[in-house]
Every structure is written in structure tokens, then in C-alpha cells.
Design a protein around this ligand. Structure first.
Ligand SMILES: NC(=O)c1ccc[n+]([C@@H]2O[C@H](COP(=O)([O-])OP(=O)(O)OC[C@H]3O[C@@H](n4cnc5c(N)ncnc54)[C@H](OP(=O)(O)O)[C@@H]3O)[C@@H](O)[C@H]2O)c1
Length: 320
């Protein structure tokens, strides 16, 4: 079948490991389903996979794509949940052996992706396949950060580090719909304008001093923004972290952490129930993800180049 895959790990030049070509047709084990993929979205995770981060060398070649939307053999239209884990931990994201599509099992940038039967949910009629494809990774991550991990209440102030990315645009749209005061940093005027168009109450250049400290900061950038996040949160406030695109910051500023009683909370994707609730929330509120680029899967390399260059304007989606 057609597939977009990583041939081998390449930490220095990840796009050199990217292949657009053919991979063997998958077999569907008992209890799993085959989804005929209509759309899947690009996530930073796919670039990490090309670099060999978070995946064992023996797992290559690996089809990329952690999320998606498509059709089951019986014609049902579905959204893929890319976290494969044991629910006996109460939340499959807490299973120490849980994995995401592309870490152990082949991903969704292909004609067909196979997943456990519980990992598909009905696609809401309000979302196109391309829009629904954004829900399983970036939007699910944003939903869990905001509603399960931050402890924020409507009316409080949140700061999103980064304006134009997949997780950032989802945080802005969800935060606004939930009644938060949404502040956003962005690296350029163009990127800050994207945040404003999504409903951000105020935007700031990266690292700018804020008018006042916020109740919670949402971090996916890492080293480039960490110091600003620590300075921007109020005493007793929360920083929710789900990524470190620019690398980790070895200076964790522990003195400020205890002195200001800051809570730092990790967040990882989301569980199936959270994805179901996210889909319902988007349907009820009429929220649709911002798609900056929609490309046929055959042109996947263009999308990867855009993400690597930081040229995002919402989600990058590949269609089949
Ligand atoms: N833990 C999880 O479950 C999970 C799930 C999804 C993603 N993630 C992680 O979250 C991160 C973002 O993923 P994504 O798919 O949303 O990526 P993306 O679409 O490429 O977005 C990247 C974002 O990072 C910001 N950024 C990048 N470098 C920056 C720098 N040097 N200074 C300031 N801002 C910078 C960009 O801000 P501008 O708009 O200002 O350019 C943009 O908003 C990745 O590290 C990814 O691995 C984690």
C-alpha cells in the first residue's frame, strides 16, 4: 500500500530519512480494525520519529502519522485515538507500557492504519475528515492540558507559549470557548495575528513582560520560553508542560519554583474518554480546528519542510 514512512533514524537531517512510497499491506489481528485513511495530521512527534527520538532503532522502517480520520470496512466514519495502552491503570496514558502510533505500531500516513477496536470513535458530522484528523493528537493534548491537568476555572487567565502551532492553536480555541482570558506569545506579528483571529484576548512577542502574572501557563516550547513561563505565572499558579520543542532547560529555576509555590504538571496526549468529550465539545460549541495547510499525502515532504522551518499557521493535514 501507499505510505509515508521513516526509513531509519536521522538525528541531524531528519527529512533525509523520509520516504514516500510503498509498504506491505497490514494484517488485522483479532480485536483490531482496519481504517481506510481519508486524512491524517502532521505533528512534531513525526519529526522526532525521523530523528530517532522516542522509538527503538529496530522499529524502523516505520510509517508516520499519530492520528487520523477515515472509514471502517462497514462504512462507519471514525476518528482514530492513537494511544494504545491498558485501561486497567484507570487511564491508559498512565500505563507505563502505553505507546503512540508510530512508536511500536505503524502509523496513519498510509492507505490503511490498523488499531485496537476501542481506538476508533464516531466522527462528528460537524467536522470534515481533515478537521477530524486534527483531534487525535494536538487537539487531544490541548484538551487534557486545559481541562484535566491545569485546574483552571472559567474567568481565569491562561498564557499559551507559541501562537501558530498545532497544540497552541487548539489551546487558544478551547480556552476561549471555555471562558478563559487567553494570552498568547508568538514569534512574529503574523503568528500573533493567527492567535488574535482565534480569539486570543491579548498577544505578546515571545519573552515580553506581561501586564500581570497569569493563573496558568501552557508550555510546549521548552528552553526558549521556560524562563519566561516561570516569571509569568502567579504565586501558587500552574505550568502545564506537554513538550519541549526547543530542548529541555537544565536551569529549572528551583528557587523560584519553591519560593513562588509553582506547580509544574506534565501532560501526555489524552485518554479515550477525553477524546470523546473533546469531539462532543467541538460539536456543541461549533469549534473547528484551524488548518494552515492541506496537502495530498503524496506531497507530505512539503508539509514536513514547513513544520521544520516553523512555518505553521495551525495544523498541517495530509489527505488521501
Ligand atoms: N506530550 C504530548 O502528548 C504531545 C502531544 C502533541 C505535541 N507535543 C509536543 O508539543 C510540541 C508542539 O507540537 P506541535 O505539533 O504543536 O508543533 P508545531 O505545530 O510545529 O508548533 C510549534 C510551536 O512551538 C512554538 N515554537 C517553536 N520554537 C519556538 C521558539 N524557539 N521560541 C518560541 N516558540 C517556539 C511555535 O510558536 P510560534 O507560533 O511563535 O512560531 C509553535 O506554536 C512538540 O514538542 C511536540 O512534541 C506533545
Amino acid at each position: 500500500m501507499f505510505a509515508v514512512y521513516a526509513a531509519e533514524p536521522n538525528p541531524e537531517s531528519p527529512l533525509d530519512a523520509l520516504r514516500v512510497g510503498e509498504r506491505p499491506d497490514p494484517e488485522t489481528p483479532d480485536g483490531w480494525v482496519a481504517v481506510s485513511v481519508r486524512a491524517a495530521s502532521l505533528n512534531m512527534h513525526d519529526l522526532w520519529t525521523l530523528r530517532g527520538v522516542g522509538i527503538k532503532a529496530e522499529q524502523f522502517p516505520m510509517i508516520l502519522g499519530c492520528d487520523g480520520a477515515g472509514v471502517l470496512p462497514d462504512g462507519a466514519e471514525v476518528v482514530v485515538h492513537g494511544v494504545i495502552g491498558d485501561t486497567s491503570f484507570g487511564d491508559e496514558t498512565f500505563d507505563p507500557k502505553r505507546n503512540l502510533l508510530t512508536e511500536k505500531h505503524q502509523g496513519s500516513f498510509a492507505d490503511t492504519v490498523i488499531v485496537p477496536a476501542r481506538n476508533v470513535l464516531p466522527k462528528p458530522a460537524s467536522l470534515s475528515f481533515a478537521e477530524a484528523a486534527c483531534m487525535g493528537t494536538a487537539w487531544l493534548t490541548a484538551y487534557r492540558m486545559l481541562f484535566s491537568r491545569s485546574g483552571l476555572r472559567p474567568g481565569q487567565t491562561m498564557l499559551v507559549q507559541g501562537a501558530s502551532g498545532g497544540v497552541s492553536t487548539a489551546l487558544i480555541a478551547l480556552g476561549k470557548a471555555a471562558g478563559m482570558r487567553v494570552w498568547v506569545t508568538g514569534r512574529s506579528e503574523e503568528k500573533r495575528a493567527i492567535a488574535s483571529s482565534l480569539g486570543a484576548d491579548e498577544t505578546f512577542p515571545s519573552g515580553a513582560r506581561l501586564p500581570e502574572r497569569v493563573d496558568a501557563v501552557f508550555e510546549t516550547v521548552g528552553k526558549a520560553t521556560w524562563g519566561h513561563s516561570m516569571r509569568s505565572v502567579r504565586p501558587g499558579g500552574t505550568i502545564v508542560v506537554s513538550g519541549s520543542t526547543s530542548g529541555p532547560d537544565a536551569n529549572a529555576d528551583l528557587q523560584r519554583l519553591f519560593f513562588m509555590q509553582i506547580r509544574v504538571v506534565g501532560s501526555m496526549m489524552g485518554n479515550r474518554d477525553e477524546l470523546a468529550d473533546l469531539l462532543a465539545f467541538c460539536s456543541l460549541q461549533g469549534i473547528r480546528p484551524t488548518i494552515g495547510a492541506e496537502l495530498p499525502m503524496t506531497d507530505a515532504k512539503d508539509g514536513f519542510e514547513q513544520m521544520l522551518a516553523g512555518e505553521t499557521a495551525g495544523k498541517i493535514v495530509f489527505t488521501r
